[in-house]
Design a protein around this ligand. Structure first.
Ligand code: FE2
Length: 297
């Protein structure tokens, strides 16, 4: 069993995995070797050229779970990602189908927006039922002996949540490392004011709280970094360090977002990730198709 932290909570074991193609961090969080684990934000590779999926980003996660003899209880998403396909279904199936796939309750808004855009039809439910569980803000759940608290952190997307386990918080795309700042707010349901609020909520946590990023793009060619403290973010975050007002943040975010191009995998990612990582059903010839709406994104 891992040691008790300052709050008297059991601190998790944490292992990171990095998908260099999309700059995504995935994490295994567990109570003890041989115990229970959650995987946060796992990745399925995808080529828009060939239409082929690729399990290489999630295979090291599986190998780690096996090596540590961990039982996977949860597959957690911090939000419906627009830059990579979720590996949730692959991981669950590979481990016997028992892990529960979960996301924030705001996924229903994301589904309601994108289902008509992809013309999914009336049989596509927009109540989140594709997931095993939808988290409400403040909800507490267990990963074996670990206690995890869900914090709604909307702004980048309306379904964004952070997962607080002991003094470790997995913040999704609410924050990036201090030298990169914050995530875009221009996707449907994104809102710079909401993101400012969510970040302030994170930065009110104790200064030594460790924040784990969902992405790192190695700005300036530096080494990979994926964890910072609240103190470090307060002091150094290029977008939201202490002293940056809501108005300054909103103006910066709006200007910056206007110049960003869309993520390379946004079209396949959205239509897979709002189905909890499930590909669409095969058509009557046995082949699975993903759609590309023309002149829409
Ligand atoms: Fe994202």
């Amino acid at each position: 069993m891992f040691s008790l932290g300052t709050e008297g909570l059991i601190q998790p074991g944490i292992q990171n995995f990095y998908d260099a193609t999309t700059g995504t961090l995935s994490y295994v969080v567990y109570d003890q070797p041989g115990g229970h684990a959650a995987v946060i934000d796992c990745v399925l590779g995808y080529s828009t050229v060939s239409g082929r999926t690729d399990t290489a980003p999630s295979d090291p996660v599986l190998a780690y779970l096996a090596a540590q003899q961990l039982t996977l209880s949860w597959i957690l998403e911090t939000h419906a990602h627009a830059d990579h396909l979720s590996g949730a279904q692959y991981l669950r199936k590979a481990l016997g189908g028992k892990a529960r796939i979960a996301i924030g309750r705001g996924i229903c808004d994301v589904q309601a927006h994108f289902a008509p855009l992809f013309n999914f039809g009336a049989d596509f439910a927009t109540d989140g039922r594709q997931f095993d569980h939808l988290f409400s803000s403040g909800e507490v759940f267990d990963i074996g002996a670990l206690e995890c608290v869900v914090m709604a952190t909307p702004g980048h997307t309306s379904d964004s949540v952070s997962y607080k386990i002991g003094s470790h918080v997995f913040v999704g795309d609410s924050l990036f490392m201090p030298d990169y700042g914050t995530a875009r707010c221009d996707f449907p349901g994104g809102d710079a004011d909401l993101l400012y609020n969510s970040i302030q909520q994170l930065l009110r946590l104790p200064g030594d709280t460790r924040l784990y990023m969902c992405h790192d793009y190695k700005p300036g060619g530096r080494e990979l970094r994926f964890v910072s403290t609240v103190d470090e973010q307060r002091r150094n975050n290029v977008h939201v360090r202490t002293g940056v007002s809501r108005e300054e943040f909103r103006a910066m975010r709006t200007t910056r977002d206007a110049g960003l191009s869309l993520p390379a995998l946004i079209v396949p990612s959205i239509q897979v990730n709002i189905r909890a990582g499930q590909l669409p059903a095969a058509e009557d010839n046995g082949i699975v198709y993903l759609k590309t709406p023309v002149n829409t994104f």
